[in-house]
Design a protein around this ligand. Structure first.
Ligand code: EPU
Length: 425
């Protein structure tokens, strides 16, 4: 990159969001789907791939292994073609895994295709410990020898075989890794207590388009019958439900009126229900969502849970909404043990939040005031943007590279909705 680093976002708050904006492809579907390209020597042609830092990091990782990638210049289509004809080095080095934990998603496909892989063990993370024991347990059950040496997972197999795998807890990337590995294993794999997230289903749909035999994706029991080889395919990545939810929460907090196009309302039930509880008028078509909030939102409690429960990736944004709502709400984080870093920053803007363990009690205040705050992770940053949009005066958010990991054209989209936002050095 080099050159000027515009690492801060200046927001002049106090304007309701008003307008129409289009939703990008889902980061957390695009990343595993890009890794699915490792399972075939043919072309995988994707559309609706968001232009994000994490997608660029994944592209770099795959390219290092020998995958040929092409990005189409057509912004409307957001196309990307991947071809893993010759894999030169099935290694995911520390410097890339460190910047993006989703790099672990190469492990299952590499073992299935190459019979071996070397992947840096992801370290700790700003939102929790995030171990990968369930990924490894499943791969061992399918016949992989795994050792961890010098910070790297070394995995090897002569041929993967099907297995019945009961996961101890619901893990999204764990389910995705094992599902991808199982597509080329000998025999049938059954994943029990599988993640039901829409992104898991999107990956499964792409794998099926490539010739995989998968049943039950989107439920907690997935059955995969291994095939000898997968083919290329064309596939369009699902809309980003967390980006969608973030703009909706921002519109609700700022008492605005927006319409999101290219959305997938059926993946957002829990979020839409909570927005309605907060007093928003929400209307959906199969691919758009309109929201209007008249007056002050009402405080809503949320408890995060695996899908179809309320997403942990929407928790921080709802804390910002509750911070200016009328009444008191209780927010319980059940997925990650350290995902309240934004609460301290929201307090700097005048929010009244008390944290005890995995529970936050938020007493809505009449007004937030602009201040300088620090982004700590992707969704925490999104909550600070929402708070900045409703605060009086100027808010400066530092370290917004976190936002670039997961929100495509954030300032452009917010400006189109009438917000006053600007990047600063
Ligand atoms: N866990 C284990 N062992 C494992 C795997 C997970 O103990 O082997 C624990 C985790 O520590 C956590 C819980 O299980 O407490 C759930 O974690 P999960 O594995 O489901 O999370 P993930 O797959 O690493 C994905 C998303 C996250 C999202 C979570 C939960 C991707 C690339 N990332 O992470 O997205 O928060 O699922 O829905 O899909 C984000 O986009 O900002 C983000 C963090």
């Amino acid at each position: 990159m080099g050159g000027r680093k515009l690492n801060k976002l200046l927001i002049k708050g106090g304007r309701p969001l008003d307008g129409v904006v289009s939703v990008s492809g889902a980061k957390n579907a695009a990343l595993p789907i890009m890794c699915a390209s490792l399972l075939t020597a043919d072309h995988l042609a994707l559309t609706n791939v968001p232009r994000l830092m994490d997608v660029a990091t994944m592209a770099k990782l795959l390219a290092q292994m020998g995958v040929l990638l092409e990005r189409s210049e057509d912004c409307d289509e957001s196309g990307m073609t991947l071809r893993a004809e010759n894999l030169v080095d099935p290694t995911a080095p520390y410097d890339l895994v460190r910047t993006m934990r989703a790099s672990i998603l190469v492990l299952g496909p590499l073992i299935a295709r190459c019979g071996r892989a070397k992947v840096s063990l992801p370290g700790g993370c700003a939102i929790g410990q995030r171990p990968v024991d369930q990924h490894l347990k499943g791969l061992v059950a399918m016949g992989t020898n795994i050792s961890v040496e010098h910070g790297y997972i070394h995995a090897e197999t002569s041929r993967l075989h099907g297995a019945r795998i009961l996961m101890d807890l619901v893990t999204v990337t764990g389910t995705e890794n094992l599902m991808m590995a199982a597509t080329l294993a000998e025999g049938t794999t059954i994943l029990e207590n599988a993640a039901r997230e829409p992104e898991v289903l999107d990956l499964a749909n792409c794998l099926v388009a490539m010739g995989a035999k998968i049943e039950g994706a989107g439920t907690d029991l997935i059955r995969i019958n291994g095939v000898k080889k997968l083919n290329g395919a064309k596939y369009s990545v699902m809309p980003d439900r967390i980006e969608t939810g973030t703009y909706l929460a921002a519109a609700a907090a700022s008492r605005g009126r927006i319409r999101l196009t290219g959305a997938s309302p059926r993946t957002l039930d829990a979020t839409l229900q909570k927005l309605r509880e907060a007093g928003a008028k929400v209307e959906c078509t199969p691919d758009s969502i309109s929201l209007e909030m008249q007056g002050r939102p009402t405080a809503v409690g949320v408890r995060t849970a695996p899908y179809p429960g309320f997403a942990t990736d929407m928790q921080a944004q709802f804390m910002a909404l509750d911070a200016v709502a009328s009444g008191t709400s209780v927010i319980t984080e059940n997925i990650f043990e350290n995902r309240f870093m934004h609460a301290l920053e929201l307090q700097r803007l005048g929010a009244d939040i008390a944290i005890q363990g995995n529970t936050a009690v938020v007493r809505g205040v009449d007004k937030l005031q602009g201040a300088t705050v620090m982004a700590t992770d992707l969704r925490a940053s999104a909550s600070l943007v929402i708070a900045g949009l409703v605060a009086e005066g100027e808010t400066i958010i530092d370290r917004i590279y976190h936002l670039d990991r997961g929100y495509e054209s954030l300032e452009k989209k917010l400006s189109a909705l009438g917000a006053r936002v600007q990047r600063l050095a």
